[in-house]
Design a protein around this ligand. Structure first.
Ligand code: ARG
Length: 467
């Protein structure tokens, strides 16, 4: 039996393998809410424009509401024979409302339908992710308020560099996530145009009102070119690229958590709620969530790559390749939500170990730059010279096996005779961080002010969309 939706010119049915490769219902059933909303807007518009009778429009809307109820109640039977969500909904609608169901597809095509549904889905995903990112930012900023003065080692090349504060480190991620939100907000602005009414590719001779359907679906305006409307997926690429960067930021933080909770670092302890045990080693507390967040970044970036490559060679307008835009996008956006939720939980729960971090911060001559800066400020040495003198003092401390602040003054004076005991005022890790008062620096006073400002901003913004 040939297909009742498009089988007019066919005598045979598709091979089962054809159905297997062609059917997208297992993936695109996720679009049911968007599909029904778009069909409702279309039906309403067809009625208003007199393209179908007002009674038919009413029947269609009531029927679509019934289909929605069935899907949400779990009583709807999805069928692969009906290929995709659009044909599944329309067939069931026609079973429910009869003849009127067959009028719904006037002046539209599955090409503009799917482009519309998918835009709506991506828009919903962005609207869900924005407050999820804000929640993680708030968790980080709240930790930063508590830990604004908690000294930890700052690293470059993963070698001890200069002391910073834990709060400062938390706020670095708050800033990254703020840009991530900004990128989603920007992407949302560009995606919020309606393809509906582009029809198959060329528009339609029916007197449709694209502005009305756009407005009904919360779009800012209809897309201006029907070929573009049915064929571009740049909106999904933009969302996936924002998601990829956000996932990369989460992955870097995940990597830091993995390092920090090791016995060798011992900077933080993750809560039981976000660790797992080992089936053989009874002592183990593994940071699985942090590791998985790191891994999932790969899948999200993979989704971006996958969609870009689907699009790369496609001539205008719609090509069936575009059907494969959804699986990676759904997976990536849902994975990002999960990663954000897990990271938020870990950050809220984690217990920083102030004593371990303070001890680590004092290792490896981390205040050597403070000594060099003192030589510049107090003795007027050019920085390059101060750098050299400090290097020699560090070598001496290393040979004696002591930290800089424990090196006797006489030893320093062997290298530079004008050094006075005043120098010890700058060699502790506390004085080091306290001195970094330049804008954006790690001084606890700076960090506390910034952290409080973020908590305030994020608290009042709540689930806000602004970055
Ligand atoms: N399932 C298709 C997709 O996801 C819908 C559009 C199909 N259009 C067509 N002319 N076959 O892209």
């Amino acid at each position: 039996m040939s297909n009742s939706m498009w089988g007019g010119r066919f005598t045979g049915s598709p091979a089962s393998i054809m159905e297997e490769i062609n059917a997208s219902i297992d993936v695109d059933r996720k679009l049911y809410r968007q599909d029904i909303a778009a069909s409702r807007a279309h039906a309403e518009m067809l009625g208003r424009q007199g393209i179908i009778g007002a009674d038919d429009a009413e029947k269609l809307k009531a029927g679509l509401d019934e289909v929605l109820r069935e899907i949400e109640a779990g009583t709807f039977t999805f069928s692969r024979e009906r290929e995709d969500i659009h044909l599944n909904v329309e067939s069931r609608l026609t079973e429910i409302v009869g003849e009127a169901g067959k009028r719904l597809h006037t002046g539209r095509s599955r090409n503009d339908q799917v482009a519309t549904d998918f835009r709506l889905w991506v828009r919903d995903a962005v609207d869900r992710i924005l407050p999820e990112i804000a929640a993680l930012q708030l968790a980080l900023a709240e930790r930063a308020v508590e830990t604004a003065a908690m000294v930890m080692p700052g690293f470059t090349h993963l070698q001890t560099a200069q002391p910073v504060t834990f709060g400062h480190h938390m706020l670095a991620y708050v800033e990254m996530l703020s840009r991530d939100r900004g990128r989603f907000v920007d992407a949302r602005k560009r995606l919020n145009e309606s393809p509906l009414g582009s029809a198959a590719l060329a528009g339609t001779p029916f007197p449709i009102d694209r502005h009305a359907t756009a407005a009904a679906l919360g779009f800012d305006r209809p897309m201006a070119n029907s070929l573009d409307g049915v064929s571009d997926r740049d909106f999904a690429v933009e969302a996936l690229s924002a998601a990829s960067l956000c996932a990369i930021h989460l992955s870097r933080l995940g990597e830091e958590l993995v390092l920090w909770c090791s016995a060798q670092f011992g900077f933080v302890r993750l809560s039981d709620a976000f660790t797992t045990g080992s089936s053989i080693m009874p002592q183990k507390r593994n940071p699985d969530a942090a590791e998985l967040i790191r891994a999932k970044a790969g899948r999200i970036v993979g989704a971006l790559t996958s969609l870009l490559i689907v699009l790369k060679g496609l001539p205008l307008a719609y090509q069936k390749d575009l059907q494969d835009d959804k699986a990676p996008t759904f997976e990536a956006m849902e994975t990002l939500s999960l990663s954000l939720a897990a990271m938020t939980g870990m950050i809220r729960d984690l217990a920083p170990d102030a004593a371990r971090m303070r001890a680590a911060a004092g290792l490896a001559f981390s205040t050597a730059t403070d000594l060099a800066d003192w030589l510049v400020r107090v003795l007027g040495l050019p920085f390059r010279e101060a750098h050299h003198v400090t290097g020699r003092i560090v070598a001496r401390a290393e040979a004696l096996g002591v930290t800089l602040d424990a090196l006797p003054l006489a030893e320093m004076q062997e290298v530079e005779g004008r050094i006075t005991a005043d120098v010890f005022g700058v060699l502790s890790v506390e004085s080091s961080v306290a001195s970094r008062t330049s804008y954006g620096g790690t001084a606890p006073a700076n960090v506390l002010r910034e952290a409080k400002a973020w908590v305030e901003r994020l608290g009042t913004q709540g689930a806000g969309k602004g970055a």
